[in-house]
Design a protein around this ligand. Structure first.
Ligand code: F6P
Length: 553
């Protein structure tokens, strides 16, 4: 499974030599040398137009990166994932989020069992349930129809659903309220329910394991709130939970123990990683919001990108290109972060979603066979919607000392066309900003240009933009459920490509365990009646004491 140590591969070393030659070449030179560059270094497929001409690469870079990918057996690894091999080796699991969006006519076997049929059975149950809720046929304990949906989950059981709800809000039922509770901070729950009628509120408890502290704590808070607010002292005995709680989980036993009827449980499987689960039943809130047809459109978008990823040669393969460019920027240009900048307000939670997808997947320091890597792996992902970011952190991206590769994401059509207000259509204004930012980053403004504008000499260095700052631009026609599916799958597969080259397990997340374990011990110390005997380091001991003092006044 593991490939020879990355940095000893001749293809890696060839890239290092190539970098030494190309490294300082300015994008201005690269564009001047090739007038067609802006059209040549683009790919358009499955409704996405990817312009990577403003990346600091030339044809040799791309060829060498592909050769590295071949040396790391990327095509074989892609096939292994689609085939259902247990490529998540540290958890001994298949990685089959692609099965979640496979058409019913496909067959994918795990231990001889066709999982696509299971997927479609659950999808049909989700659709029937969603229809009952959306049509008003599903009634709450007091006979009122459900108007509020609160999805409780965290990490992969929250970030995808929140992002998708926000992204597809334009397609959602506007007469229903959708909220999401994730943080164990009680404020999250309290604010979510404060203006809601419990009799009209349905909770979806989303947890793959059904053991996650935050989610179970919030689920208990939700149960207590519902039972108290329903105005029936015997609400629980009278079956109120079944009317107001459904679960999404792989753990039927845990769900039953919590008190939710497993008839109201929507399953998924251990071969779906948490951060790859928004198109499983974890997306029940998405389906409730946009309807089963909209959800299926989204799945079709995912599937279109899956097929593209599986079947397109490396040089025209969108996720492969994205992944290889990420390796180039991370390991050769030494860029430690990536900014994701959607010029689309509905994608405001997309960067947060990508943070988990990318960093929980590729924030690893050992190879598949447990050796500590001698190269950097996953960069930090962050971002905000444009144009807000421009008036905040873009200063650093343009003139700071660090290289921050940017992914600009935009759409040809807005979902909210507003009439022109002087300066032109608002959507044109938005997109003018997206396009201008990429141009400014790449080409900058030389000191001579600044001087030629009559700038006083003392200000010239301050007003100079060195440029040569890499970015990729992704355009699509319109933010639809289908387009969202393709966009997410693009990033999912790009993350996998990077993980294959770095030779890490992109599908485990052991790094979240230690903090969880320590918190369990700490809660005992925080809540002990008498001053506890503390055996941590001096900082942790002092923090525990000080917190207890502050809390107790
Ligand atoms: O943060 C760790 C993690 O295991 C994520 O990978 C996962 O998405 C999240 O916790 C929630 O887990 P669960 O769905 O089991 O509650």
């Amino acid at each position: 499974m593991s490939h020879p140590k990355l940095t000893t591969l001749p293809q890696w070393q060839a890239l290092q030599r190539h970098f030494a030659m190309l490294g300082t070449k300015h994008l201005r030179e690269l564009f001047a040398a090739d007038p067609q560059r802006g059209e040549r270094l683009t790919v358009e497929n499955v409704g996405l137009y990817l312009d990577y001409s403003k990346q600091r690469v030339d044809d040799d870079t791309l060829r060498l990166l592909r050769e590295l990918a071949e040396a790391c057996e990327l095509p074989r690894r892609i096939e292994a994932m689609f085939r259902g091999d247990r490529i998540n080796t540290t958890e001994n699991r298949a990685v089959l989020h692609v099965a979640l969006r496979a058409p019913a006519t496909k067959k994918i076997l795990v231990d001889g069992h066709d999982v696509v049929q299971d997927v479609h059975e659950v999808l049909a149950r989700m659709a029937a349930f969603s229809e009952r809720v959306r049509s008003g046929a599903w009634l709450g304990h007091t006979g009122k129809r459900i108007r509020n949906i609160i999805s409780i989950g965290i990490g992969g059981s929250d970030l995808g659903p929140v992002m998708a709800y926000e992204a597809l809000r334009d397609y959602s039922r506007r007469d229903m309220t959708f909220r999401f509770v994730s943080n164990v901070d009680g404020t999250d729950f309290a604010e979510a329910v404060r203006d809601l009628d419990a009799a009209e509120t349905l909770f979806i408890i989303c947890s793959k394991t059904f053991t996650t502290l935050e989610t179970l704590t919030n689920a208990h808070a939700a149960r207590a709130w519902s039972l108290a607010a329903l105005g029936d002292a015997d609400a629980e005995k009278n079956g109120a939970i079944a009317k107001h709680f459904v679960a999404v989980s792989t753990n039927a036993e845990g769900v039953a123990k919590f008190g939710i009827d497993t008839a109201n449980m929507f399953g998924f499987w251990d071969w779906v990683g948490g951060r790859y689960s928004m198109d499983s039943s974890i997306g029940l809130s998405t389906m409730l919001a946009i309807g089963a047809d909209g959800f299926r459109d989204m799945l079709a978008g995912f599937h279109a990108m899956d097929e593209h990823f599986r079947r397109t040669p490396l040089e025209r393969n969108l996720p492969v290109l994205m992944g290889l460019l990420a390796i180039w920027n991370n390991n050769f240009l030494d860029a430690a972060t990536v900014a994701v900048l959607p010029y689309e307000q509905y994608l405001k939670r997309f960067p947060a979603y990508l943070q988990q997808l990318t960093m929980e997947s590729n924030g690893k320091h050992v190879t598949l066979d447990g050796k500590v890597v001698d190269y950097d792996t996953g960069p930090v992902y962050w971002g905000e919607p444009g144009t807000n970011g421009q008036h905040s952190f873009y200063q650093l991206i343009h003139q700071g000392t660090r290289i921050v590769p940017c992914d600009f994401i935009g759409f040809g059509q807005t979902l909210n066309p507003l009439p022109a207000q002087g300066g032109g259509d608002q959507h044109d204004l938005l997109m003018a900003n997206l396009i201008a930012q990429g141009e400014a980053l790449a080409f900058g403004k030389s000191s001579d240009e600044v001087r030629a504008e009559g700038t006083p000499e003392a200000l010239v260095p301050h007003r100079t933009f060195e440029g040569n700052r890499p970015s990729t631009t992704i355009l699509a026609a319109k933010l639809t459920p289908h387009a969202l599916g393709t966009l997410i799958a693009l990033y999912e597969h790009s993350v996998f490509v990077q993980g294959v080259l770095w030779d890490i397990d992109s599908f485990d997340q052991w790094g979240v365990e230690l903090g969880k374990q320590l918190a369990k011990a700490t809660i005992v110390e925080l809540t002990a009646k008498d001053e506890p005997k503390l055996a941590h380091d001096s900082s942790t001991n002092a923090l525990i004491r000080r917190y207890r003092q502050l809390r107790d006044g």
